[in-house]
Design a protein around this ligand. Structure first.
Ligand code: AR6
Length: 216
């Protein structure tokens, strides 16, 4: 497989795969940045297909399952995940907005699923940015505690919960960047797996903007 990798340390780069039309294991659109040896990557795909150590889910406060990425994760992961969430719900009553809980990953190609509860977007003046950043930070903390090196995220809150993509993408990227640039950090690779072109383009735009705006 021939990969053309246009990459400069510390800058966003795009990987083009010439074999993509024939081998769908290599994504067509993939952009990544090297942050002191840690990788922040954007790709367009279904998050249930990518093998990582931990997959993040965009869940609801009742941990009850639903549509969107939550539905896809439960469908692909099988009933073991909901059985664990049922036990957490019985014990804790659910999960508060901005936080996350961990389960094993059932049939998914991962060790863990972190179920984060993003904010429902109102007008951006009701703590939404803080709560959204907190989702990513909590998942990354759960990852550190479990020695997770590779973690994938969907675009939390930008589906049913209505968070505008142009506002959500920089918050997500900044939270991950802050984590990866800490001195001590187990996580080595964070991949945003973005389901559609519109979402991918919004994250790419945000990443380019952040880099141009002074990411080192
Ligand atoms: N892989 C990656 N991303 C996906 C996938 C997938 N398989 N499927 C959808 N997305 P949403 P929210 C994208 O609505 O806004 C659920 O019912 C989707 O295109 O899943 O946080 C929960 O139970 C969008 O870009 O999550 C909650 O009740 C992103 O994932 C509520 O929805 C998030 O969209 C949470 O809403």
């Amino acid at each position: 497989m021939l990969l053309l990798l246009a990459k400069k340390k510390g800058t966003a780069s795009t990987i083009f795969s010439l074999s993509a039309p024939f081998f769908d294991v290599i994504p067509y659109h993939c952009m990544q940045i090297d942050l002191n040896g840690k990788i922040l990557r954007l790709m367009q795909d279904d998050i249930t297909r990518l093998a990582v150590d931990a997959i993040c889910n965009a869940a609801n406060a009742m941990l009850a399952g639903g549509g969107g990425v939550d539905g896809a994760i439960h469908n692909a992961g099988g009933p073991a995940i909901m059985a664990e969430l049922n036990a957490i719900r019985t014990r804790d009553g659910g999960c508060s907005t901005g936080s996350a809980v961990a389960t094993t990953a059932g049939l998914l190609p991962a060790r863990f699923v972190f179920h984060a509860v993003g904010p429902v977007y109102n007008d951006g003046q009701h703590g939404e940015p803080r709560l959204l950043a907190s989702c990513y930070r909590t998942c990354l903390q759960l990852a550190e505690e479990r020695m997770v090196k590779r973690i994938s995220f969907p675009s939390i809150s930008t589906g049913v919960y209505g968070y505008p993509l142009a506002d959500a993408a920089p918050i997500a990227l900044q939270a991950v960047r802050d984590h990866l640039t800490q001195e001590r950090c187990v996580v080595e690779e964070v991949t945003f797996v973005l389901f559609d072109e519109r979402t991918r383009l919004a994250y790419e735009r945000a990443l380019r903007g952040e880099v141009a705006g002074g990411w080192k």
